[in-house]
Design a binder for this molecule. Structure first.
Ligand code: BGC
Length: 270
């Protein structure tokens, strides 16, 4: 492979929630760009292991590791698995996320807590551990210009309010400030912290919004670019953001949303 294709050579990456959807595509793209990848999963071991096999066949290095990102001891184990297998950690993609949708009156405390625990606290736990490890690592052995990089998987709902999904939107709004505050805190250590905010991407989490023609047509009224996103659209952005090409980028959110955040309903109104 050319050096351009191996932009992440010698990097060690952890991708959480990498057994489906955006996470699996990101983990695969990082691996194909040369990174050794810890493919984290919560319950679906088969697709995680299949991805590891695919990456190894392509000449890469990968391991599947089961862990619940909302549990402190699991997160420590996940990072230990990376250092045991590959000697270090250079990149965290904190991607795990779930939806438990309900109107406020019907939303149970369990629905609220599950989403906050995984989508927000889980990202805090992983980011905290990443910073600890990045700071402790030998500077001379860095594969990148930065001392480490964190990519938080956010959503357009870090800025777009979403009725019927207040747990999810609140967690993503929290990710927006977690990203910025942490970036400010650790920039002097040479650590970069950014977020990617996908719009509507064709994955299992939002199947209802694209699986029928009628649903897709309705969804497309929200997307100026005129198509639903694919997981690979997000994966390419993640590879770039993780690489030295983005070395001067920190504390920002990269929207990968076909223009969903551009208030499309104002095109011919207002
Ligand atoms: C949600 C999807 C939704 C998309 C755009 C994502 O963060 O997980 O369910 O389709 O935002 O609204």
């Amino acid at each position: 492979m050319s050096s351009q294709e191996q932009r992440l050579a010698h990097h060690v990456a952890i991708v959480t929630g990498a057994s489906s959807g955006i996470g699996i595509a990101v983990a695969e793209a990082l691996g194909l760009a040369g990174a050794a990848v810890i493919v984290n999963y919560h319950s679906q071991d088969k697709p995680a292991q299949e991805l590891v096999d695919r990456l190894e066949k392509a000449g890469g290095r990968a391991r599947a590791v089961k862990a619940d990102v909302s549990k402190e001891e699991d997160v420590l184990r996940l990072f230990d698995a990376a250092t045991d297998a590959f000697g270090r950690v250079d990149l965290l993609v904190a991607n795990s996320g779930v939806q438990k949708d309900a109107g406020i009156a019907e939303m149970t405390l369990a629905d609220w807590n599950t989403v906050i625990d995984i989508n927000l606290t889980g990202q805090f736990l992983c980011a905290r551990e990443a910073v600890r490890r990045f700071r402790a690592q030998d500077k001379a052995k860095r594969p990148a210009r930065s001392a480490g990089s964190i990519i938080a998987m956010s959503s357009v709902h870090e800025v777009i309010p979403w009725a019927g999904h207040i747990n999810y939107a609140s967690a993503k709004g929290g990710i927006r400030m977690l990203t910025r505050s942490l970036a400010q805190e650790v920039a002097a250590d040479g650590i970069r912290v950014n977020a990617i905010a996908p719009g509507a991407i064709r994955t299992p989490i939002n199947k209802e919004a694209w699986e029928t023609e009628a649903a897709l047509e309705k969804l497309l009224t929200l997307i100026p670019y005129g198509r639903i996103g694919e997981p690979e659209d997000v994966a390419r952005a993640a590879v770039w953001l993780a690489s030295d090409e983005a070395d001067y980028v920190t504390g920002t959110t990269l929207f990968v949303d076909g223009g969903m955040t551009l208030y499309p309903e104002f095109r011919d109104n207002g």
